[in-house]
Ligand binder design. Structure first.
Ligand SMILES: Cc1cc2nc3c(=O)[nH]c(=O)nc-3n(C[C@H](O)[C@H](O)[C@H](O)COP(=O)(O)O)c2cc1C
Length: 207
């Protein structure tokens, strides 16, 4: 039974473009994988702590040597890593904040990119540990347009970063859907139905 991990991160609830599109992706994926399971993770509700000194001490020492504080700091990371590794496929709905991922997505990445769990250090080499064959789709909503070849493309530090960090842990099959120009919607220059139509088609084709 295949599993999709569906992650949302926008704090804008029902007004969020990335949430609307990630939901379409999850629904279409479920339609195509009738025996599949969708696991949902809302990073706004999860309220993740940042990596701290206890987390680092624990992550870089053997479990049998962990102090109670280190074990406690790693607990949420252990859960997120297990959830992440149990998924065959991931869809992440995310806003662009200041040309990059929002802080809650970065906090999640810091918890799941874990030495000995999702990557390893062998001699001086770093190697991803996520089993082969996994796939990730990133749906990035932004006020401006960052399409390849456009005048602002070089400011998109989010999609290259997401692809790079997933590649690092072993997920090379990645796809980015850019939902740009969302400012036209908030400024009333375009109707929501018209704004979403081509994006929904792109998302359905990708799911
Ligand atoms: C704190 C903050 C930072 C933002 N930074 C950018 C940015 O760097 N580039 C951009 O095009 N839009 C930026 N935006 C606009 C959002 O990306 C846009 O509203 C998007 O639709 C948010 O995703 P959502 O609709 O899923 O909430 C920013 C919005 C906020 C609140």
């Amino acid at each position: 039974m295949p599993t999709l991990l569906h992650i949302d991160s926008s704090p804008r609830g029902d007004r969020s473009i990335s949430r609307k599109l990630s939901r379409v992706f999850a629904e279409e994926w479920q339609r195509k994988n009738l025996d599949g399971k969708v696991v949902y993770r809302d990073l706004v509700m999860t309220n993740l702590p940042f990596v701290d000194v206890q987390w680092i001490g624990g992550a870089y020492s053997p479990p049998e040597e962990h102090t109670p504080e280190q074990s406690a700091a790693l607990r949420i990371s252990d859960d997120l890593v297990a959830e992440f590794l149990s998924a065959d496929e991931i869809v992440l709905g995310t806003p662009m904040y200041n040309f990059n991922v929002p802080a809650n997505v970065k906090a999640w990445i810091d918890h799941i990119v874990r030495v000995g769990k999702t990557f390893e250090i062998k001699d001086t080499e770093l190697k991803g540990l996520v089993p082969a064959g996994r796939k990730a789709t990133f749906i990035v909503a932004s006020g401006s347009n960052f399409k390849a070849g456009g005048p602002r493309a070089h400011h998109d530090h989010e999609s290259p970063y997401l692809q790079a960090i997933f590649n690092f842990i072993g997920i090379t099959d990645t796809n980015v859907i850019l939902a740009g120009d969302a400012k036209d919607l908030s400024q009333g220059k375009v109707k929501e139905v018209d704004f979403l139509k081509p994006l929904i088609e792109e998302v359905i084709a990708a799911a």
